[in-house]
Write a protein that binds this ligand. Structure first.
Ligand code: 5GP
Ligand code: ZN
Length: 112
């Protein structure tokens, strides 16, 4: 499978990691759209939010357990945004489930 985030997870592609455990990896986005822009991914390949089910939802639980801790470590005490894009209409460019953490400035209110 040709997946850039699987490549980052298995170390074939370098990344700037900010958090890692047995289930979850977080690293800085290569093309940041805010002063803090981190991607949080499950270490096993899940294509998108559309593929979350009863068998893998524990990964989402773990990701959302870690997001506030990552945000705190990054100093995002005044708030931040968590986004996941799904499929073509959602603008998903990497087909490995990921949650963007964006912060470090007042973000625009428009979601679309
Ligand atoms: P999407 O558009 O799929 O929601 O977000 C994919 C994100 O992955 C984009 O913000 C893009 O900048 C980031 N990205 C794509 N390739 C790489 C890479 O090789 N390394 C890192 N750190 N980020 C990447
Ligand atoms: Zn993958």
């Amino acid at each position: 499978m040709d997946c850039v985030f699987c490549g980052i997870i298995n170390g074939e592609i370098p990344s700037n990691k900010v958090y890692e455990d047995d289930l979850v990896l977080a690293f800085r986005d290569i093309n940041p759209e805010a002063p803090v822009h981190i991607l949080v991914v499950p270490k096993t390949h899940v294509s998108s939010c559309d593929s979350i089910d009863a068998d893998n939802s524990f990964l989402i639980s773990k990701i959302f357990e870690m997001i506030p801790q990552i945000a705190k470590k990054e100093g995002l005490s005044n708030g931040y945004r968590v986004i996941t894009n799904v499929g073509e209409d959602g603008g998903q460019s990497v087909k490995h489930l990921h949650f963007h953490i964006l912060g470090g400035k007042k973000l625009p209110v428009h979601l679309c």
